[in-house]
Design a protein around this ligand. Structure first.
Ligand code: KIV
Length: 267
């Protein structure tokens, strides 16, 4: 069973961590049978499942519902990190703690929040309350409007220094791990070497201590979203289309259901 200690141990032993996003119980049941180290119930659920064009569509009830579903599918052993959605940690300490409490009671083992500016003391407060926090820097999708789009971050000396600083500040706040999203690989490598907590990269090269991918991307389910940093390990969009067309053809030809797929009076 993955625990917080496993994250620290993996970093000290130089063992890479493999994380994946998950949003539902069925997929969580499949993940539970694999060696995946931990599951992220990401606010990417707003895009992958709910059809929003960015993650701003996620709110606390949505994240709680998907976290609970993933916990039911994963069983008690799997490690779940749940995202604090857009602005839920920027409405004051009590709103933050209510959101954290709801996610933890829904089955999360840890929460993730984006950025550090203006959040230092809140992150420390959550950590000191006994809730593990994963940080997230680089392309932080909840800041998509401020960043001017979904684009690579940390290019140029000023941006590089800023990301280094943010990473160290988050480590000082007590995060147990840090997602680095869409930054040049050398920068992610140098941040990784500067930290004692493990970095988890997405679009940040192989020097990170671990990787995370959005499950629908790596399964090739979304033909409209094929960024450079995603490796597609399957082409399920093709498989799903083929299965649906085969089903529709069988129905139209009265080839489905067969006798064996229907009930007789006594069988
Ligand atoms: O919401 C999400 O899926 C994420 C990962 C891309 C890191 O934050």
């Amino acid at each position: 069973m993955t625990t917080l200690r496993r994250f620290a141990e993996a970093k000290s032993l130089g063992q890479k961590l493999a994380l994946i996003t998950c949003y539902d119980a069925l997929m969580a049941r499949l993940i539970a049978k694999t060696s995946i180290d931990a599951v992220l119930v990401g606010d990417s659920v707003a895009m992958t499942v709910h059809g929003f064009t960015d993650t701003l569509g996620a709110d606390v009830p949505m994240m709680v519902s998907h976290t609970a579903a993933v916990r039911r599918g994963l069983g008690s052993g799997g490690f779940i990190v749940a995202d604090l959605p857009f602005l839920s940690h920027r409405r004051g300490r009590s709103a933050l703690m209510r959101a954290v409490e709801r996610l933890m009671r829904a089955g999360a083992n840890a929460i993730k929040l984006e950025g550090v500016h203006g959040s230092d003391s809140d992150i420390q407060y959550v950590v000191r309350s006994g809730v593990p926090v994963m940080g997230h820097i680089g392309l932080t999708p909840q800041h998509v409007h401020a960043l001017g789009g979904f684009c690579v971050q940390g290019r140029g000396p000023v941006a590089e220094a800023s990301l280094h600083d943010q990473a160290l500040r988050l480590q000082d706040c007590g995060v147990f791990s840090l997602v680095i999203e869409c930054v040049p690989r050398d920068l992610a490598g140098s941040i990784t070497r500067a930290l004692t907590v493990p970095t988890i990269g997405i679009g940040a090269g192989s020097a990170c201590d671990g990787q995370v991918l959005v499950i629908t991307d790596m399964l090739g389910l979304d033909k409209n979203f094929e960024p450079r940093f995603v490796r597609r390990y399957a082409d399920h969009a093709q498989g799903v289309s083929a299965a649906l067309e085969a089903y529709a053809a069988d129905v139209r030809a009265a080839a489905f259901p067969s006798t064996d797929e229907s009930f007789g009076a006594d069988t």
